[in-house]
Design a binder for this molecule. Sequence first.
Ligand code: FES
Length: 250
Amino acid sequence: MNLTLRIWRQRTPEAPGAMTTYEVTGISEDMSFLEMLDHLNEELILSGDEPVAFDHDCREGICGACGMVINGRAHGPERTTTCQLHMRHFRDGDTIDVEPWRAAAFPVVKDLVVDRSAFDRVIGSGGYVSVPTGSAPEAHATPVPKAVADLAFEHAECIGCGACVAACPNGSAMLFTSAKVVHLNVLPQGAPERGSRVLDMVAAMDDEGFGGCTNTGECATACPKGIPLQSIAHMNREYLRAVVKGGRGR
Ligand code: FES
């Protein structure tokens, strides 16, 4: 299939960016979207042009490194990661707009690459447990009810790709932060920091310049891992509970 790509090109964080048009030919419908960009980059390199910069690592939908806005939607027309999006979702002759995540807290580094270290700082403020490290504990040493384990696992699926922020008109990171808070707060291993975790992570989220939640729900719609919108309500309950209890401990 032959496609017209309009891609955001920006040489440096300070440089003005612009959409640049490329014609690509010979694209297989079995290619992933990133393989299609690899194909474009090979042609750009052969012709002496600068290849398009974009983030990727596992290309298996696991690491959360990839991410771009495709035709106005975070990760494109399918509810999956960009690396797992395949070209069969497009038609021969299509024009495809490709842009980086758009959010004040995710400044553009180059082309389609944005700085998502704000997420790392939110995680660092409370996304951990203070249990002793060492060899793996015996599986039954700390009983966890099945429903609680399932809830924690559902939220642990968040890969921190940032699609929730890119999709939100407010640039809010509430879905991401709530996934991390709920994942750890419902488990007995996460209980010692239950109060401080939610207070500190929400404060870090605000400090990084992410917007507030106004319940548009775009975040949950774009999330490739299906983190539910109810996570935000769960985090808000945890926050209220922590405030009432004075903010620290269980
Ligand atoms: S490259 Fe790892 S999730 Fe896409």
